[in-house]
Design a protein around this ligand. Structure first.
Ligand SMILES: *Cc1c(COP(=O)(O)O)cnc(C)c1O
Length: 451
């Protein structure tokens, strides 16, 4: 009775899986934020290297992973897939629960799977400095790690409220050699505009993105790097699901249900897209669930429309599920899930019924996470706990029906830097919050008018 499924190195993926040719329709092209016209590669060249732009628009089914990147991946990949026997027992479910654990990376989440290739392609293009934003600090630390590997500089705009609440992620970013500035800041025009309207602004991902993009767009030596949402980011994360396909073979099993949490959609796409590929190409039926916070219900209640990726309207306009680019999130603890938009590819998969989505209140998520930590040992990231809560719901359905379903979920990271959130939960100080409908309606009035 094996618990842990490890892949030999010679079975590691050597190419990333691109879902685009397997989708029923091609994704809508991104639009230039100034003109509203389709954005060509030139429009993106001010902030991204051409190799990543070509990946962004690629319709190739597979894209080879450069050998140097494969070598760095081996520092933490393959990540383990485990069977959660002890949690199954505690849940009293006949379901078989498997989980892929991405928390073994140096930064503690799935994010280095894309920060490393992004830094590598920029370095190859002669760029020596990257700017980016970070919410709770997971992405900032992952990019700091990657730029450190390639001897590059890194400038991180960190959402101000997290900058003060999460000092240890900030320390990690510093330790890996990057500079951190709390956002909104007076170092950019977009930051100064926000501060003029509200000197006490807690910041948001949308604002921090504006600052980081502005720096990259106005400096020749600096490019911008995004940790989720974009097609090339999701592409890099597909090493997760490809490893799972091979590990499921080792376990002599195949999932009936695949579950992951969604912020911008990258760890979800990473585990789920290769399974959607199997479904489209080989008819292997699988139910796929994206789990999001009720406080930031982008996929379940957001509108599918063209919107900006940031507050200052500097990024391309993309078609996605959105709560509006001026969304300022309520202070829930899953910092990594507080973005107003959703990856265009995940949004498209949802529109075509290839995936489902559900919104979960945070106390239900923490309850699942604590039970998991007490049975399996690992303390999940608050973001990942949304996937766990969805697993519990399916496991309970199985308990009622007697179905022995096989569930696979992505444990996207550990929660070692989120103990304040666990303290709040354990002392009964966490409240549930559903994002109000009026706010969604109001934000829709500010969507860009296109077409
Ligand atoms: C950033 C993060 C997420 C959310 O981002 P996605 O792009 O939706 O994956 C989820 N889990 C962890 C641990 C994260 O760090």
């Amino acid at each position: 009775m094996a618990t842990k499924y490890l892949l030999p190195e010679d079975r590691l993926p050597t190419a990333w899986y691109n879902i685009v040719p397997d989708l029923p329709e091609p994704p809508a092209p991104p639009l230039n934020p100034a003109t509203g016209q389709p954005a060509g590669p030139e429009d993106l060249a001010a902030i991204f290297p051409m190799d990543l732009i070509m990946q962004e628009v690629s319709a190739e089914p597979r894209i080879d992973i450069p050998e140097e990147i494969q070598e760095i991946y081996k520092l933490w990949r393959p990540t383990p897939m485990l069977r959660a026997y002890r949690w199954e027992k505690a849940l009293g479910t006949p379901a078989k629960i498997f989980y892929k654990y991405e928390g073994v990376s140096p930064a503690g989440s799935h994010k280095p799977n894309t920060s490393v290739p992004q830094a590598w392609y920029n370095k190859k293009a002669g760029i020596n400095k990257l700017s980016t934003e970070t919410g709770a600090g997971q992405w900032g630390s992952a990019l700091a790690l990657a730029t450190q590997f390639f001897d590059m500089e890194c400038l991180v705009y960190m959402v101000k409220v997290s900058y003060h609440q999460k000092p240890y992620r900030r320390s990690m970013i510093h330790l890996w050699g990057a500079e951190v500035i709390p956002s909104p800041s007076d170092t950019t025009a977009s930051g100064r505009a926000i501060l003029a309207g509200d000197p006490e602004s807690p910041g948001s991902l949308g604002i921090a993105i504006s600052e980081a993009v502005e720096i990259a767009a106005t400096r020749d030596d600096t490019n911008y790097s995004l940790g989720s949402v974009l097609n090339h980011v999701l592409l890099h994360q597909t090493v997760i699901g490809q490893e799972c396909l091979a590990q499921m073979e080792l376990a002599d099993a195949y999932p009936d249900v695949v579950i992951a949490c969604v912020g911008g959609g990258s760890n979800f796409a990473g585990i789920a897209f290769p399974f959607i590929g199997e479904k489209v190409k080989h008819g292997k039926d699988v139910r796929i669930i994206a789990s999001e916070p009720a406080a930031c219900p982008t996929l379940t209640r957001g509108i599918y429309a063209f919107d900006y990726g940031d507050t200052a309207k500097l990024t391309p306009i993309v078609k996605m599920h959105t709560l509006g680019h001026d969304f300022v999130p309520p202070g829930i603890h899953a910092g990594g899930l507080r973005y107003h938009g959703m990856s265009p590819l995940v949004s498209l998969a949802k529109e075509h019924g290839l995936i489902e989505a559900e919104a979960l209140p945070q106390t239900e998520c923490f309850e699942a996470a604590v039970q998991f930590a007490r049975t399996e040992g690992i303390i999940p990231a608050p973001e990942s706990s949304h996937a766990l809560a969805s697993v519990v719901r399916v496991a309970n359905e199985c308990k009622e029906s007697g179905d022995e379903k096989t569930i696979l979920f992505n444990l996207s990271g550990h929660g070692h830097f989120d103990m304040a959130a666990y303290d709040a939960y354990l002392s009964g100080n966490l409240e549930d919050y559903a994002y109000p409908e009026e706010k969604i309606k109001a934000a829709m009035k500010n969507l860009p008018k296109v077409g």
